[in-house]
Write a protein of this length. Sequence first.
Length: 121
Amino acid sequence: MNSFCTSRKWLATLSFTIWAAVFTGFLTASPPADSPAIQGERVYASNCSVCHAADGSANTPIGKNKKIPDLRSREVQAQSENQLTDIVTNGKGKMRPFKERLTPEQIQQVVAYLRELPKQR
């Protein structure tokens, strides 16, 4: 009887540990590999990071020179999806438009990635 109780306790502990690990994985998981944000990260890295920096801080020579805003800032993040899409598509100020260089899908992916930037701080 004693070994039966010990086995049940061990099984209960194991079950709880597995459940906790799975649940924690859901809470800390990054976006799926094929999500728009992950795809947008690649597009952003090859088209935007030279001015806006890899982390969106605009802490680059071009970003500092042109006084580009931090993409992680409250002001930028407060803009709607349509506003951000329009800026990437048509440019703003000294920023050139990307409508000739990126597809509409790629632009949406970049916007999805922009929303992830503040979470990476």
